[in-house]
Design a protein. Structure first.
Lengths: 292, 365
């Protein structure tokens, strides 16, 4: 007996169930195709970057490839080495200052009774959203007053202060998750606040510190306006500012050295990423000391 | 070793009185259990003793010195937390060394003391491990060891056995008692488990909603509970508390309880409060004699068996008398089954009488 087949009823003879035919017309292939287009669109600039860095005759497109390390030596010759060193200095100093300062502030905000704590915390949160460029002019005026405008050290401090609110927020939320029992147990054992911070809080907060310092490092590494304005000494130009040397009007855009420079400039951040991944894979190990 | 005194200690959290005018004196070397249901203020009291919470009012003395303003690190107390609070990033040995090194003991001397305590507690093989690798019982021992190494004036234990399974709990109760005999430090032991309190303590303080209900030695508290709450809290299975009609006559109490009528002498002609509605009688499961026949001169209740719980040496039966459910102990030889009719002969001198607000009536308190 032949039953009337409605389009929605699936039967074996339905062509939509043929393995090949079905998959071609199925939505899965379409999704894959669209996503592939996006993927390629994102990948192409990276591929161009890597190719151009090793291409003696690099242009804005993909024409002509002559393998050479010349671009790298040219970039270094034009000051990439010094620029990366300056960036490292700025980023490392600002990270150290911001993270250490944030740790102390976060500990107090998390554990101690502070008047107007709620308002303080909201204030910190708002400050972290404040673009540093807003304060740049008044800060610059103060820098001039103190004759700080040629020093990478003070520029680092400015960068640190830009990252400080968010670091405080991250670390404080991290410390909040550590059970107070450990610190209470330590205080019963006779430890004062400094010892508790050093021996108990700091080791347990390490993953949070890694997160906060990574964020500060990357943000300082990419900082453009703050170091540009606050440190006018051409010897102190960090990588983010120095890259503009390759876009000078007289020589035109030198794509090869530009690409090589970009890759050199990215290396430390990528390295820092791998370091932090190793640290964070150690896990958030305050489980085990408390309860079962 | 020190005496501990709480004088009118009160703690108020955001308008709520969590501990209310607590007055307790703990003798030097005494093991005192503080028991009560959740929220009764016992942990808050312990934390005030440790110094983690400030008192709202009242004085705390350790070794006759007022310690209200003294920081936890200077109070020389040893504390075992409910969660053990072993530092997770340190090995067991480092955990045990922490306090000693903090207090300036040399590394060599500290290691020696740690090895000694580890031997006493049987935790030597664990010294190189981290807390997460230990079982609950092992962690508990380490926490104890850490407190012992403190050589404190006072031990504070906050429900230390509550995270252990039943068998381990029984074993640790024995060990704690043994350790207390060996190191007779003044100990304050907070628990919600009245069995722990009864088996371990020299004296028990029962708390309820921040107030001290009774402070007494275990057996005395069992035999003479200070009020209906203590009567129902201490003792397992619980005391049967039943509504009764109680009137006073010539220094005697005339009691009508679920159909039985009997008189109870008040001791030493004690003053009897005016009894209102809501009076209660209480008797423990072992205070009745269960029979399956109705004779004899003792006042008795008649009821129907709802459930039989044989425990081997004893059998507990749940009996419905009129509208009330009672739990009684009977001899296993009686071989009762559900729906059997039984008579409960009441031993009058084991009956406790309470008026409507739980106060004991008619006996010395």
């Amino acid at each position: 007996m032949e039953a009337t087949i409605s389009p929605l009823v699936e039967t074996e003879s339905d062509p939509r169930h043929s393995p090949v035919f079905g998959r071609i017309l199925g939505s899965r292939l379409l999704t894959d195709a669209i996503l592939s287009i996006f993927g390629i669109a994102f990948f192409v600039p990276f591929i161009w970057l890597i190719l151009s860095a090793f291409n003696r005759d690099a242009t804005a497109g993909f024409a002509g490839f002559k393998f050479s390390f010349f671009n790298f030596s040219d970039a270094i010759h034009m000051g990439a080495g010094r620029a990366i060193y300056n960036s490292l200095y700025l980023s490392l100093v600002s990270t150290l200052v911001a993270t250490v300062g944030a740790l102390f502030a976060a500990y107090v905000l998390s554990r101690k009774r502070v008047p107007f704590k709620g308002a303080l915390l909201v204030g910190v949160l708002f400050l972290s959203a404040l673009p540093s460029s807003l304060l740049l002019i008044p800060i610059f005026q103060e820098f001039v007053k103190f004759h700080w405008q040629n020093s990478p050290f003070y520029a680092s401090l400015a960068l640190a202060s830009a990252s400080l609110p968010f670091s405080i927020w991250i670390i404080k939320n991290f410390i909040d998750q550590i059970p107070k029992d450990y610190e209470e147990a330590a205080s019963v054992e006779g430890a004062n606040d400094i010892r508790i911070l050093r021996k108990i809080v700091f080791p347990l907060t390490l993953p949070g510190l890694v997160v906060a310092s990574m964020l500060t490092f990357v943000s300082s590494w990419g900082a453009f306006l703050v170091p540009l304005v606050l440190d006018t000494n051409p010897n102190n130009i960090p990588g983010s500012v120095g890259i503009y040397n390759f876009l000078s009007a007289n020589a035109g855009v030198q794509y090869g050295p530009l690409a090589a420079y970009s890759i050199l400039f990215s290396m430390p951040v990528i390295g820092a990423y791998f370091v932090s991944v190793h640290w964070l894979n150690g896990g958030f190990a305050f489980a085990g000391g408390v309860k079962g | 070793m020190a005496q501990v005194t709480l004088e009118n200690v009160t703690k108020v959290f955001e308008g709520r009185t969590v501990v209310d005018e607590l007055n307790i004196e703990i003798e030097d070397g005494e093991f005192m259990a503080v028991v009560g249901p959740s929220g009764c203020g016992k942990t808050t009291t312990l934390r005030m003793l440790a110094g983690f919470e400030k008192t709202s009012s009242g004085v705390i003395r350790i070794d006759n010195k007022v310690v209200n303003a003294v920081a936890p690190k200077d109070r020389n107390v040893g504390m075992v937390f409910q969660t053990y609070a072993l530092f997770p990033h340190m090995t067991i040995e480092k955990n045990l060394l922490f306090g000693l090194r903090t207090r300036g003991v040399s590394r060599a001397q500290a290691r020696k003391e740690v090895a000694e305590i580890a031997g006493v507690l049987g935790i030597d093989p664990l010294l190189g491990q981290k807390p997460s690798q230990l079982s609950g019982g092992e962690r508990q021992r380490v926490a104890l060891g850490r407190a012992l190494l403190r050589r404190p004036d006072v031990f504070l234990l906050d429900e230390p056995l509550s995270n252990l399974d039943a068998a381990l709990r029984t074993q640790m109760r024995f060990e704690l008692k043994r350790i207390h005999a060996q190191f007779p430090v003044t100990t304050i032991y907070v628990t919600h488990d009245q069995v722990e309190a009864m088996t371990m303590a020299d004296r028990i303080a029962v708390m309820r909603t921040g107030c001290l209900q009774q402070l007494e030695r275990p057996v005395a508290m069992y035999q003479k509970p200070g009020n209906a709450f203590v009567a129902g809290f201490i003792g397992s299975p619980k005391m049967n508390l039943l509504p009764a009609l109680v009137t006073a006559e010539n220094g005697n109490l005339h009691i009508e309880l679920l159909g039985a009528r009997f008189d109870k002498k008040t001791l030493h002609g004690a003053l009897v409060h005016s009894l209102g509605a809501g009076s209660m009688c209480g008797f423990r499961p072992e205070a009745v004699h269960v029979t399956d026949h109705a004779d004899g001169t003792l006042p008795r209740l008649r009821g129907r068996v709802e459930s039989v719980e044989p425990l081997g040496a004893d059998t507990f039966i749940v009996v419905r008398v009129q509208d009330e459910i009672l739990r009684c102990r009977c001899a296993p030889s009686l071989e009762l089954s559900v729906d059997d009719e039984v008579w409960l002969e009441i031993e009058v001198d084991k009956v406790h009488v309470f008026d409507s607000d739980g106060t004991v009536v008619g006996s010395e308190t």
